[in-house]
Design a protein around this ligand. Structure first.
Ligand SMILES: [Zn+2]
Length: 466
């Protein structure tokens, strides 16, 4: 059974909407994934992390969630990048898709439930285009097929654009691309006839060619989740034309909404600009993981509300690392506090737990949830540090860390228990028997494992070596 209502800012209606599943307790989410023509950067990783964590939260609330993130492996950008590198486009797409999976695996957030490829959805794409032609919303022209924008009355409703304000290049195509074959300059391509400089093509009723980008997502989302599913997500840069066109295609062909809620994440900035390959100011996800580790990267994303732009910088990453150190220290305090922090939650911990969950139920406000978590840390430091009980602190802390994808902090503390804590005890024994050479040797061994011994009034503790 699902819990209290969950509200999400919906780009389509422009307001908060309550999550109302088609089937009680089940939520389908489709997120536009990467176009695989290069390594993904920190900006591309934001929707991956954010929707993985949103799924975790929904599961915590009792929902059964299916998260779908496609991989666009047929696209203009892939042909261009492959030509530049002198490799076959299919080879490049496969190589980059494998690297995308390897890079995102390192985030330790589990894979989406389904990761459909455009190249494996051709039959559904062709069938959807045929349905659009049959219903008069699309037409074939010289081996291309175009969507007739003016045939769909709702066009522009997602991005609040009026047809009279649109220019052909707004469709993300070259100004003269298909110009001669379009009936109306605002129309966009569903199918593109094979061009001599493209090294792949697929058979269709309109001759060999390949699908346009927008129709791929309409077909893949319907194939896996059906129609009128709960949440369609992606970066705010996809609202127009990509998502506007997805809506037009699916609604025109099927007469049903594509999705109920349109949930968009803000862009990652590098200085003043959006992080984008086209701008050339990218930090790859792999580099960021090498430099900062997955915990700091997850904490960095949690520190900003998903809809707001977020600046990636060394300062912000250091802030994230500091927040993690406070959480790790607190987990060690909980371990030392033992019974004082054990048991079911009492009024103090339960109120903070509720505050945390209420923040996430209100448009997945992770900064507000983090603030509630740090209130628990402050209260715990005060009470447990003074030797007073805070019932349930250990269990609630572990539960909330898991929702945020930071339970790995606790694994690290448990690792200390097994290996380093034994050494720490050995050092204490050596000191007590005044065998200082042995004590120093153990300290050196701990350092080689990445731990520094810090002597505190409560006894020696281990802190990560800097
Ligand atoms: Zn898409």
């Amino acid at each position: 059974m699902a819990g209290p209502p969950i509200r999400i800012q919906d780009t389509l209606t422009g307001g908060l909407r309550e999550l109302e599943p088609r089937r009680e307790g089940r939520v389908g989410i489709y997120v536009c994934g990467p176009t695989v023509y290069g390594r993904i950067h920190v900006g591309n990783a934001r929707p991956y992390v954010m929707f993985a964590l949103f799924k975790r939260f929904l599961e915590h609330e009792g929902y059964d969630v299916t998260l779908v993130e496609n991989v666009t492996d047929i696209n203009d950008k892939i042909y261009a990048a492959a030509r530049e590198r002198g490799v076959a486009s299919g080879v490049l797409a496969q190589e980059m898709a494998a690297l995308y999976r390897a890079d995102t695996d390192r985030l330790g957030l589990e894979r989406p439930d389904s990761e459909p490829l455009a190249s494996e959805t051709l039959a559904e794409i062709v069938a959807l285009i045929e349905a659009l032609i049959d219903s008069g919303h699309a037409y074939e022209s010289g081996g291309d097929v175009y969507f007739s924008v003016r045939s769909f009355a709702g066009y522009g409703k997602l991005s609040n654009r009026r047809l009279e304000d649109l220019a052909p290049q707004d469709q993300g195509e070259e100004p003269d691309e298909g110009k001669a074959r379009k009936r109306d300059p605002l129309d966009f391509a569903l199918w593109k006839a094979h061009k001599p400089d493209e090294d792949t093509s697929w058979e269709s009723p309109w001759g060999p060619g390949r699908p346009g980008w927008h129709i791929e997502c309409s077909a893949m989302s319907e194939k896996v989740l059906g129609l009128d599913f709960e949440i369609h997500g992606g970066g705010s840069d996809l609202v127009f034309p990509h998502h506007e066109n997805e809506i037009a295609q699916t609604e025109a062909a099927r007469g049903l909404p594509l999705a109920r809620i349109w949930m968009h994440n803000g862009m990652i900035r590098f200085g003043e600009e959006k992080m984008a390959k086209s701008v050339g100011n990218v930090a790859t996800l792999a580099d960021a993981l090498d430099r900062h580790g997955r915990d700091a990267l997850v904490a960095f994303f949690l520190g900003g509300h998903y809809r707001q732009p977020l600046a990636y910088s060394e300062e912000r990453m250091e802030e994230a690392a500091q927040a993690l150190r406070r959480l790790t220290e607190f987990d060690r305090l909980l371990a030392r506090a033992g019974d004082l922090a054990a048991g079911d939650s009492g009024p103090g911990t339960e109120a903070l737990r509720e505050e945390f969950l209420a923040a996430l139920r209100d448009d997945f406000n992770t900064p507000k949830a983090l603030a509630a978590l740090f209130k628990l840390v402050a209260e715990g430091n005060r009470r447990l540090g003074a030797g007073e009980p805070l019932p349930g602190a250990a269990a609630v802390f572990a539960e909330l860390l898991q929702v945020l994808g930071l339970e790995t902090l606790r694994d690290r503390v448990e690792e200390i228990d097994e290996e380093a804590l034994r050494l720490l005890g050995e050092r204490e024994d050596a000191r007590r028997s005044r065998d200082f050479d042995r004590a120093d040797a153990v300290r050196a061994e701990l350092l080689s494992r990445g731990w520094v011994v810090r002597d505190t009034p409560e006894g020696p503790v281990l802190v990560p070596a800097e």
